[in-house]
Design a protein around this ligand. Sequence first.
Ligand SMILES: Cc1cc2nc3c(=O)[nH]c(=O)nc-3n(C[C@H](O)[C@H](O)[C@H](O)COP(=O)(O)OP(=O)(O)OC[C@H]3O[C@@H](n4cnc5c(N)ncnc54)[C@H](O)[C@@H]3O)c2cc1C
Length: 637
Amino acid sequence: MELNSKCPTGAIETRWDRHRFNLKLVNPANKRKYTVLVVGSGLAGGSAAATLAELGYNVHCFCFQDSPRRAHSIAAQGGINAAKNYHNDGDSVYRLFYDTVKGGDFRARESNVYRLANISLNIIDQCVAQGVPFAREYSGYLDNRSFGGAQVSRTFYARGQTGQQLLLGAYQALEHQVGKGTVQMHARTEMLDLIVVDGRARGIVSRNLITGKVETWFGDAVVLGTGGYGNVFFLSTNAKGCNTTAIWRAHRRGALFANPCFTQIHPTCIPVSGDYQSKLTLMSESLRNDGRVWVPLKGGDKRTPSQIPENERDYFLERKYPSFGNLVPRDVASRNAKMVCDEGRGVGETGLSVYLDFRDAIQRLGAPVIKERYGNLFDMYNRITGEDPYNEPMRIYPAIHYTMGGLWVDYNLMSNLPGLYVIGEANFSDHGANRLGASALMQGLADGYFVLPNTIGDYLASNKLDKLDDSHTAVKQAVANVQDITKRLLNANGKRTVDSFHRELGKIMWDYCGMARNEQGLKKALNEIPALREEFWKSVKVLGSGEELNQSLEKAGRVADFFELAELMCRDALDRNESCGGHFREEYQTPEGEAARDDEHYSYAAAWEYQGPGKSPVLHKEPLSFDYVHPAQRSYK
Ligand SMILES: Cc1cc2nc3c(=O)[nH]c(=O)nc-3n(C[C@H](O)[C@H](O)[C@H](O)COP(=O)(O)OP(=O)(O)OC[C@H]3O[C@@H](n4cnc5c(N)ncnc54)[C@H](O)[C@@H]3O)c2cc1C
């Protein structure tokens, strides 16, 4: 299979404009003849559904929560990037493009990244027009702060609630269309299969989560904005409901899964506190603007932080990376935290945490300023740990946070299955092997408000599709597949809970495919995962029936998909014999312990094709080329 990225050529600054001009348009009067199914109502799905409806298409939008407002996007804390250069500190579209390609360790497409950087300007204008209450300076101008991997301040924020405020903006745009009847919203509805007819995505099969009713929905195109799959690790900063089911079941129907092993570990999370914990909490990266990361110089130092004098502290990020200091990218900060803990210098009871200290910032700026900037994050930390970060340093440790991998898409955000578009965290498009902080919200909104609404018309205008109904064999097969999975899960009637399997799977993934990976561990995981999966299908216990609200059944279906995805992630990690970004293979590192890429052999996106249960997937490679930002060893020193 040849992967055609459809990336335009020529001067990078004008690629998107020229590409857009060459796309076919759907005449305004014809738009209402088309129906688009948008699965997901987070920032990506919500913005796409609202914009497509505003353009005139008929839209059905689906989410599994009780309201679009509960999409995981609401949890985003720190901010959203845009190259506005309001601080006049040397930022530009080109610099954001450069930082993103470099930050992703040269494993993303230049054309996509440039477009994203360019569109970042429009996103802020769009959101301000919607009334998103971004933080402002005294002068009235929008304020900015810095995030990792950048030496400029380009992150727009609304305290520690940026995702919530942006989602309210997208939600009101969505509800406006719901009110006009152009969007039909289906909450508490979970997509469980993709309907593919003659190689094209034509619909979905869903389960009503209240009644259990299995239903079919048909459209001219299907858009998946279904978020990331970090919860394969069980413990992560993601909302508990985040899962892979929509994209995994599309993968089983032929959509390629790209770079599944590229996962992001976030350096500043509240450390794990016990064996029965089910959720980890992020402390936003924005805290690294003012917080200083350190550990005691000597291992085993059990003194309280205030008893440790300045000359017996190691501000290891500032020491090793003087140019970027505490604002090195996430992969670098996480790996270094792990390194000092592995050396026995970690703090806290388990020794698996480092300090994030605001003492100097409070002395410099005063507690009210710090409260103004991070008040809700400090409160959250205090409530969870019982420790007061105004008086003693926070303790943080890296945790699973984001997935750069996802379904493969071309420059138009269409997967290899014609008619299936994938947006937001669910696709693999723009972040390469490591996403920079505050760039996920930017990408989700770029995809939903600006890219997809332009590109989807080209497909719709170019293809005449036949009417479809439940009598079609492909539809019957997809419905039967959903019913069969539900029945198998309910009939297993074993003795173990879904969570106990998920927890065990997550531990295998964290130990062998987490912050550091090696050949031996990945091979071990590839033995253990299928065995555990087999046991799952034999001995899982799902209470209740399929004809009612049954969260145990919902979870079981999602965990069944996580098992298959986990295996693909390990296979992908084993296949990529290099280190890049968040994919750190211990065998491939520089003498200083930094990731050592192998551009000669691995400068490609790995896109895996499903071959059927128990069969090895086939790897397709999309070569990457760099005309502007030339691959070099990343340095933040
Ligand atoms: C704690 C935390 C803080 C973060 N802070 C930031 C930040 O400050 N800045 C930043 O840029 N990024 C941040 N991120 C990342 C960012 O929040 C996410 O990448 C982004 O919000 C994902 O948006 P999305 O629209 O792609 O997916 P989501 O918001 O996850 O939405 C997914 C949607 O798909 C629906 N869905 C999923 N599966 C199905 C199915 N099978 N059937 C029906 N519906 C389905 C869900 O119901 C939901 O509506 C943060 C992430 C975390 C975990």
